[in-house]
Design a protein. Sequence first.
Length: 378
Amino acid sequence: MAASVLTRFCINKSKDSIRFIQRRYRVKTKWAATRPTFPATELALHNFDTSYSIQLRDLWPSIRVAMLSEQKYGALINSFSSAPNVITELEAQGCKDFISIDCTRNEVHQSSLDSMTPHRDSTELDPAALQPSMSPDIKCLVFPKGDISRFNPARPDSSGILGYYLLDAASVLPVLALDVQPGHTVLDLCAAPGGKTLALLQTHSVNHLWANDLSGSRTMRLRRTLQSYLPKEFLEENKIHITSTDGRQLGMTEEKSFERVLVDVPCTTDRHSAMVEENNIFKRSRTKERQKLPLLQTQLLLAGIQATRRGGNIVYSTCSLSQLQNECVVQQAISLAQQELGITMQVQDLRWWWKLWPEAYPTAWMSVVCAAYLKSPA
Ligand SMILES: C[S@@+](CC[C@H](N)C(=O)[O-])C[C@H]1O[C@@H](n2cnc3c(N)ncnc32)[C@H](O)[C@@H]1O
């Protein structure tokens, strides 16, 4: 009975009353024709202005400028290539390895640890416990601060292996934070197009790497990247397993299998969304997908937690400043891991990390500003 009433009448809400009117007399709002269409980049920027001006307060204007400035690339040196003089030639152009240059690192590290101490909650690691030893094998060269010169395309060696891979310099930070040690089995849950996978392999510590991505076409890109940067023999050694599956399932199927898990989730890709119209997640047609991101991110992080062995580490990273996609996701995933899986995680906020690399700043702001490092107690 109630259903038949609902199909014949609809509710008309006016200012202070609700009336039922027959469906055939209602005037349907024509959203598609009457709603103004704004470029997705404008919607993105409006959204960021509204939320980040509250979240980041005085910092937002300068971060906004950084976000709208030309992207600064880094050249991730490919140690599998025998192309001669790659580093020397880049240094001759004024580039430096941003991972090793900062001599004040320890000073900054200490002050960063001090300044964050009062804000820690009970689930956070003691910052002193987070001293990932940075792999000396990862080298990423950048032009000096303020210099946005473009890199020449990488040259191949005699076997066709390219000398460096261009990426946002800050993309290397989650890999450094993962702290891969010799013999580790590593899962890269959302791996395509493969910049971080390649950086993981530069450590020469990975015993076995599983690189996964849901998108078939992006997984093909990942495969092609690895073929251009790794010797054929290395790829034939079965050290790398590439799959294209929903990462949310790997938590159950690969439970407690990895010492290190990288969860580099799909997100609102803030810089891209503010600058590029094509494939923009702020397009009206992608509204639902955008709204579901925090749920997807939580499920992916939970899967990553489940796939980690006791005592292992997980790094969660996004290229968004959104608290909803960063802190909230991490908090939600660790509480679900506790309640549903009985796994207790300790969490470390990695925001202080970007202070270690002033040369890469402000790039670091944009890519991994809210990465988190989670540790499963041994
Ligand atoms: C930020 S990108 C990863 C970038 C990559 N880590 C790199 O460094 O090149 C996020 C990726 O997550 C993938 N993705 C989206 N949903 C997924 C899911 N349910 N499971 C696994 N991967 C997913 C997307 O296809 C996209 O390639």
